[in-house]
Design a protein around this ligand. Structure first.
Ligand code: UDP
Ligand code: MG
Length: 321
């Protein structure tokens, strides 16, 4: 039977948080009184999260679906797999570490039912992350706002509600390097935002290491904007223009004053600076090319070991055993 609401939750080593999440989530959803399904994607957890999830399935086999990945494919792929399996009219995502309180879901649903095809939570008040994460995230939000035309306040919050239509378009986009909130935004016609509560991670530590964060944020920048490349074109043009003026100046100076020997180190400093910029430009080009390469290989985006509580159908084109 087709449920009205689909909840999609990625799980990676969250064994200590799952029980509380399940209780609070089912209590909230039961109170709403609409039909629902909860799709957990076990993203290759190394602890016993998988067994705990199976336990939930046994408790409520009509409502719980479990996707078991063959290894860790990352949060965004885990959510994408959940989307592919989902059948609800309204789809809600949240994290499994209890940073997004399930009690906030009715707020999102109310807005979705008013016709908003994307409802994004924003963690404005009392965001409970450490200083470093908070400030990196504020900085990335600013850069993203500057270089992409995605007009959202907080792309890091996964507590969101989507309409079926937006989800279907996201599934059809079929990309390997995706950043779900940004992708949703490109398809939404009537998006809105709402402040939601944000708690500190209940137990465990963030699954994102510094390197993952950098990679994910590059996915966001390169996936939705060509501005980083254009900055280098413009910078290259300006530097070339300035060099011509400099050459002309040196030439005239040579005729009038004679050749210049001093100031070699200044020249080195300028040169090293330019080499640094060039390397950075190459790096940014590489970020795009690497992603193009990943895309053209057409590899399945993730591999699934098993699914509980649902049948895979033709729609689930990326789901392979
Ligand atoms: N997650 C996942 N796969 C990963 C990393 C994270 O499914 O490779 C899940 C994780 O279990 C959590 C959510 O994605 O439910 C957000 O991860 P985390 O809390 O570590 O990120 P943060 O809140 O620090 O941005
Ligand atoms: Mg978290």
């Amino acid at each position: 039977m087709k449920p009205y609401i689909s909840i999609v939750i990625p799980v990676y080593n969250e064994s200590k948080n799952l029980k509380q999440l399940f209780d609070r989530l089912t209590t909230t959803l039961d109170k709403i009184g609409k039909t629902y399904e909860i799709i957990f994607t076990n993203d290759g957890s190394k602890d016993n999260s998988g067994e705990i999830l199976e336990g939930f399935y046994k408790l409520r086999p009509e409502q719980i679906r479990i996707i078991d990945f063959s290894r860790n494919f990352g949060q965004h792929m885990a959510v994408m797999a959940g989307f592919e399996l989902s059948k609800g009219d309204i789809i809600v995502t949240l994290d499994s570490d209890l940073q997004n309180p399930p009690e906030e879901i009715p707020k999102l649903l109310a807005l979705a039912e008013k016709g908003h095809d994307l409802v994004s939570g924003i963690r404005l008040h009392e965001r409970k992350d450490n200083w470093f994460r908070r400030n990196i995230s504020i900085l990335v939000n600013k850069v993203r706002a500057l270089i992409t035309n995605i007009n959202m306040t907080d792309h890091g919050c996964m507590l969101r509600a989507y309409s079926r239509n937006v989800i279907d378009l996201m599934i059809a986009s079929n990309e390997t390097t995706i950043f779900i909130p940004a992708l949703a935004y490109t398809y939404a016609t009537n998006p809105t935002e709402i402040k939601v509560d944000h708690e500190a991670r209940a137990t465990g530590v963030s699954k994102y290491k510094l390197y993952d964060l950098i990679r994910l944020n590059f996915d966001l920048m390169t996936g939705y904007s060509l501005v980083p490349l254009q900055v280098f074109t413009i910078m290259g043009l300006s530097i070339a223009f300035l060099s011509i003026i400099f050459v002309i100046f040196l030439f005239i100076r040579r005729i009038i004053v004679g050749p210049e020997v001093q100031g070699v180190f200044t020249l080195f400093a300028i040169l090293f600076f330019l080499v640094g910029i060039m390397l950075m430009g190459l790096g940014i080009m590489g970020e795009y090319i690497g992603r193009i390469y990943k895309e053209v290989r057409h590899r399945p985006r993730f591999a699934i070991k098993k699914v509980l509580g649902a049948q895979l159908d033709e729609k689930n084109t990326h789901i392979r055993y």
